[in-house]
Design a protein around this ligand. Structure first.
Ligand SMILES: [Mg+2]
Ligand SMILES: [Zn+2]
Length: 191
């Protein structure tokens, strides 16, 4: 494999859209933020939604935020499940949001691991959080304004990635769910 490793992306239906002005995004870590982290979750029956996550997403979408999932997937790197299985699960996850009236613009995933990756996935990359690669790729692909965007995570590495990418603010999930309005309040932006 040549060149710089890049994150995978599962684009939601209708993306990317043509926009006049860069959009703001709410970046969401997945395990521990969207689904309860039972460890390497990759099937519907392992999925337990984090209480309050759909409400947070609805509020953010109403306030004009594109919703983008950014997830380290060492389970792919380690060979616990295939990239194809992960993408099928991601398609199902996006559908579950759509059923609740919430559109996810995309899921970015890092399938790499510098130590425990198998084969091509054993690589030092810039997309595995705390690296900013997934956020930077999303900003390019989806025309996002990182300086007006927000990230919600459950690990210090999530917040470090946000900082490295120049995301306006980031929050731990408990704080985000306790005060949803604060997450989406960017001080009176017109968009
Ligand atoms: Mg997490
Ligand atoms: Zn990576």
């Amino acid at each position: 494999m040549n060149g710089i490793p890049t994150p995978g992306v599962f684009l939601g239906s209708g993306e990317p859209v043509v926009v006049q002005k860069a959009r703001k995004a709410l970046f969401l870590d997945r395990d521990g933020v969207i689904n309860v982290n039972h460890g390497y979750v990759h099937t519907a029956d392992q999925t337990e939604w984090v209480p309050g996550i759909f409400e947070l997403c609805k509020t953010a979408a109403s306030a004009g935020y594109a919703l983008v999932v950014v997830t380290n997937q060492a389970g792919i790197a380690r060979g616990y499940y295939s990239e194809e299985a992960f993408r099928q699960y991601t398609s199902w996850l996006h559908e579950q949001f759509e059923l609740r009236g919430i559109h996810l613009s995309a899921t970015y995933y890092c399938p790499h691991h510098p130590e425990f990756g198998v084969g091509e996935f054993k690589v030092q990359c810039n997309c595995r959080k705390p690296g900013p690669g997934m956020l930077l790729a999303a900003a390019d692909d989806l025309f996002l304004d990182l300086g007006r965007s927000v990230l919600v995570g459950d690990m210090p590495s999530d917040l470090e990635a946000a900082k490295a990418a120049g995301v306006r603010s980031s929050f731990f999930v408990d704080a985000a769910l306790a005060d949803v309005a604060r997450i989406v309040d960017d001080g009176g932006d017109e968009a």
